[in-house]
Design a protein around this ligand. Structure first.
Ligand SMILES: Cc1cc2nc3c(=O)[nH]c(=O)nc-3n(C[C@H](O)[C@H](O)[C@H](O)COP(=O)(O)OP(=O)(O)OC[C@H]3O[C@@H](n4cnc5c(N)ncnc54)[C@H](O)[C@@H]3O)c2cc1C
Length: 403
């Protein structure tokens, strides 16, 4: 029996672990190691700052579900991987041996690019983790009580612009609901060369649509922008524009998780795992990666304000399934190897745009594409709600074979 160790228990890790167990049955023992005992439906974190969701509404315990699917769960944290010895060093359980390793450890947040960017310094908010999203809810209540200008930004090097847009439009919506929108100037700062680039080269009509939203909601925008300085009352942009603020939310760049930064044989300088198109490590053939943990090189030329590629939920799921398939192929020795370049994975996403939502559908994440569409849904954000319910149901049941 082969031992498959999966590091990480969210989208990519759960998908890879259960898919591998389904394909291999008693031929493999699959163990998920993770410091978080709850599955977190990350996309709904954008609603936590506005009190629309509590973290408990979008989480569930992962161990019982994994166990039902025949997968073991070890509530522990990977500290580093020793790929020459096929070992993961963990915090509580020491060295764990693997025949195959799947790295699905997501990302860490790089607040070090600018002084005062780290929410610990109590100047800037962030929504990327449950704790930070909850803290942002207090900041929102403060701005309602004591209104003033707000700056929402994706910093230089960021890759998760979609979530920042969603926060921005929801901020506008809930400030209106609370009757103080006219007392709050909102500025949007992004490294994208144009609105709606999203780190995937944009979608036909997307720029116009987002410019219309910004004008409709009265939001001033700054594209191709970097943040130079975070002062107590002002954000200074790279072109010296001074934006006063009373509250600010920023999405920083992502790096690989700490465990992978401690495993230099497997990662690039950012701590992301370097794989081929079957999500297998380029040198260590029994090591695979899926989701945010994978290095993806952006296909567009570097601009003045750098930014990265969004590794969203759907591609994370696809990568997890490919990894499971390739481990099965290797164990069975059938000579098959499945590949799917990241840029050729379809793009499927729903962006909450405050009083409306936008469905983003493309046949490939990167251009060239034969199909790309941004459809505004005038019926409020019902699609995003249905997707949340579906994804929580699917993952709670461990039905990873579903799309
Ligand atoms: C605010 C926000 C909104 C988003 N909205 C959308 C959206 O609308 N649509 C969409 O498709 N995508 C969205 N995304 C992106 C989506 O959340 C990611 O694609 C997805 O979470 C990636 O899954 P993952 O499993 O790779 O990483 P994660 O979900 O980050 O999971 C990483 C896992 O690794 C574990 N881990 C970390 N360190 C260790 C360690 N040392 N040892 C073992 N395990 C470890 C963690 O505990 C966790 O279980 C959003 C992201 C954010 C931040």
């Amino acid at each position: 029996m082969k031992s498959i160790v999966v590091l990480g228990s969210n989208f990519a890790g759960v998908t890879a672990a259960i898919s591998a167990k389904r394909k291999l049955g008693n031929d493999a023992e699959v163990t998920v190691i993770s410091p978080t005992s709850n599955f977190l439906y990350v996309p709904s974190l954008i609603w936590v700052p506005f009190g629309i969701r509590k973290v408990k509404d979008i989480t569930f315990p992962v161990e019982p579900m994994l166990n039902k699917k025949g997968v073991k769960f070890l509530h522990d944290k990977g500290v580093k991987v020793l790929p020459d010895s096929n070992v993961v060093v963990t915090e509580k359980n020491g060295e764990i041996h693997y025949d195959y390793l799947v790295v699905a450890t997501g990302a860490s947040l790089n607040f070090d690019i600018l002084p005062n960017l780290n929410p610990k310094d109590n100047m800037i908010q962030c929504i990327v983790t449950p704790e930070l999203a909850e803290k942002s809810a207090n900041a929102f209540e403060e701005i309602v009580k004591n209104p003033g200008p707000v700056v929402v930004a994706a910093t230089q090097g960021a890759s998760c612009m979609g979530a920042a847009y969603e926060y921005l439009f929801n901020l506008d919506k809930y400030l209106r609901k609370r009757g103080v929108r006219d007392k709050v100037d909102i500025a949007w700062v992004t490294p994208e060369p144009f609105l709606g680039h999203f780190g995937i080269g944009g979608i036909v009509g997307g720029q116009t649509m987002l410019e219309i939203f910004m004008k409709l909601y009265g939001i001033k925008w700054h594209t191709d922008a970097t943040i130079k300085k975070i002062e107590k009352d002002n954000i200074i942009l790279g072109d010296e524009t001074k934006l006063p603020y009373k509250m600010s939310m920023m999405i920083p760049p992502f790096l690989g998780a700490d465990v992978m930064k401690n495993s230099p044989e497997l990662v690039d300088e950012k701590g992301f795992v370097v794989t081929n198109e079957g999500y297998q490590h380029i040198k260590y053939k029994n090591v695979y990666a899926a989701g945010l943990a994978v290095e993806v090189i952006a296909p567009f030329k570097k601009s003045a304000a750098p930014f990265g590629v969004p590794k969203t939920g759907f591609p994370s799921d696809v990568m997890g399934k490919i990894v499971a398939e390739n481990i099965k192929n290797d164990i069975r020795g059938n000579g098959k190897f499945k590949t799917m370049p990241f840029g050729k994975i379809p793009g499927i996403c729903i962006m909450d745009a405050g009083k409306k939502e936008v469905w983003i559908l493309t046949n490939h994440l990167f251009k060239p594409r034969q199909f790309e569409l941004m459809i505004p849904n005038v019926f409020y954000n019902i699609g995003k709600l249905i997707l949340e319910k579906y994804m929580l149901w699917k993952n709670r049941k461990g039905l990873v074979q579903l799309p």
